[in-house]
Design a protein around this ligand. Sequence first.
Ligand code: GLU
Length: 298
Amino acid sequence: MTGRRFVGIICALISLVACSGSSGDLNGDRPASPVTASTVAVGSTLARIQARNNVIIGVKYDVPLFGLRDPATGTLSGFDIEISKMVAQALFPGKGDPLGHVQFVEALSKDREQFLQNGDVDLVISTYTITDARKLLVDFAGPYYIAGQDILAKREDIESGVIAGVGDLNGRKVCAVTGSTSLANLKAAAPKADTTVTKERYPDCFKALQAGQVDAMTTDDVILLGLEQSDLGRFQTTGNPFHSEPYGIGIPKGDTSLRALINGELQSAFTDGRWAAAFARTVGKVSKSVPNPPAISR
Ligand code: GLU
């Protein structure tokens, strides 16, 4: 048996997942195709993506460094957009610009599970923490990044130690975003914090902080890092995150082959340096350290 034929048979046996990235080369006489009718379960998200010839991905439009839309050009940028590109590459190998096969939709924190459950989107790549509660409703590929929840407050409050950790938020007004783990974690860790000011968008929490309507805001350190850049010097994080936030790619519940395909692509991007390069191009522009990629949960 020739090596090419052997690989072809293995691909057929284990489905497109492990072979999608190179199918064009291996089967030179056939066009590259990420999915074949024999390997895609009828009615699955993968089948819908294949039929549509594009993937609908829910991302943030207003979170610097992760998912930010330029209002002038409509262009999206950030680490979640880079991860979306990698996923599209795995879904549509050899089919030109991967972004040509992506339809982005804005997914606010509060909308993510519902969007996946309703089939409004195929995937959510939106600073989306993997949690047990969410796993009851949706599945996750990844993680592809581990953030940590921190606090952003006036520089003098941080430097003087008035706000040194989450316990110091008890009795203070703190803004968090609805539908986020940040709000739930805050309520658990500082039950006496005043959480009457909530917003649907992170920049709106930041505006409330800038206007002095709240004493602090809380969410993932990398989101805070992106926001504080626009008003450098006046606000600061504690640098002491109080909750681990592993970012996953949300997928509709039960879509195991889609999850395996995405995990395979993430693993290759971790190994071949694409993940680190994408991080350096986005979060790495302002973050002091480039982390190691996390271990994928299989
Ligand atoms: N990572 C947290 C979450 O998934 C906070 C960031 C966000 O709201 O997107 O809830």
